[in-house]
Design a protein around this ligand. Structure first.
Ligand SMILES: C[S@@+](CC[C@H](N)C(=O)[O-])C[C@H]1O[C@@H](n2cnc3c(N)ncnc32)[C@H](O)[C@@H]1O
Length: 300
């Protein structure tokens, strides 16, 4: 069956991008957003979709990998582990984890069908089919047997889950006693004083939440994040704020290398270019970024 001609597909995508980015009344669900974004990426080697951890990184590829490694190290990922990766994007971190930590098995769940197709092709191309099983499925209703995995990771994806609290409960269910949960996650900043800064916080969080499919129920600051993990049954909870190594360095990198945005369609690149004209402290005022970890207690 012939595919529609590319000018028509291009126009239709352009209209959908316009509607998503510039129609204030439009709220798309996460899989529609990611279908629309397709494989357009600012990375050069991989197809990571995360903002990266920039402590020692010189490019977005390095920063994205560093975030994936940080999460795996926090989870103490090892060679006997069955890892469940929730929200795997295009599977980049699964290839990285397989190479660096050699876990016995990785199962991935992702709600976005178009990403699952691309990611599975990539996993086959590097010969990892026998160890990495990527499936379409939701982190809030996991098609996974109870008590069957050692590590659950949500790498910059749990803010989308409807709801994150339901995901915590599912993660607790599928983990074996002693199993570890790790998230790299976007949450709102604690309220600051000063009306201008407060307004900036509300506007920046609101823009990100409405454009990037963050349910209102997930607008939890650090204390509520902690208590929702605890109420789901987790222990040894640790929530580390890493925002200084995420937003501002990414902003500075893109401001110094505007050519990296050339791979994005002009409609997507335009609001990013506009944001780059402002001071990062204002642009990300409402956004915190955490690395959270917790353990499912062993039965006594
Ligand atoms: C910002 S991307 C991060 C992708 C990848 N972890 C990375 O670091 O490049 C968020 C991912 O979460 C996935 N996602 C959103 N809601 C989901 C859900 N309910 N269950 C599973 N995956 C979901 C999206 O399809 C997307 O792949």
């Amino acid at each position: 069956m012939p595919r529609p001609s590319s000018p028509i597909r291009g126009l239709s995508r352009g209209l959908r991008l316009l509607d998503w980015l510039y129609n204030p009344f439009r709220r798309l669900d996460a899989s529609t957003v990611y279908d629309l974004l397709s494989t357009d990426a600012v990375t050069e080697r991989g197809l990571y979709l995360n903002l990266g951890y920039w402590r020692n990184a010189g490019s977005l590829d390095e920063a994205s990998e560093a975030l994936a490694l940080l999460a795996a190290e926090r989870a103490r990922m090892g060679s006997t582990d069955h890892v469940l990766d929730c929200g795997f994007g295009f599977g980049d971190q699964d290839m990285l984890w397989a190479e660096r930590f050699g876990p016995a098995r990785i199962t991935g769940l992702n709600i976005t069908e178009s990403q699952v197709r691309v990611a599975r092709r990539r996993i086959s191309a590097v010969g990892l089919d026998d160890r990495v099983d990527l499936r379409r499925g939701s982190a809030t209703a996991m098609p996974i047997e109870s008590g069957s995995v050692d590590v659950v990771i949500a790498l910059e994806s749990a803010f989308h889950f409807n709801t994150r609290e339901l995901f915590f409960r599912e993660a607790w269910r599928v983990l074996r006693p002693g199993g570890r949960l790790v998230t790299a996650d976007i949450i709102p900043m604690p309220a600051v004083t000063g009306w201008k800064q407060r307004l900036e916080q509300r506007v920046t969080w609101g823009l990100v939440a409405t454009r990037f499919a963050i349910p209102d129920e997930n607008a939890d600051g650090r204390p509520t994040y902690f208590s929702k993990l605890a109420l789901s049954g987790f222990a040894q909870i640790r929530i580390e704020a890493i925002r200084d190594q995420v937003y501002a360095p990414l902003h500075r990198y893109l401001a110094l290398h505007p050519e990296k945005l050339a791979r994005l369609p002009p409609l997507t690149a335009r609001p990013i270019r506009l944001a780059l004209r402002f001071d990062p402290e204002s642009v990300y005022r409402g956004l915190d970024y955490v690395l959270a970890s917790a353990v499912k207690p062993r039965e006594r």
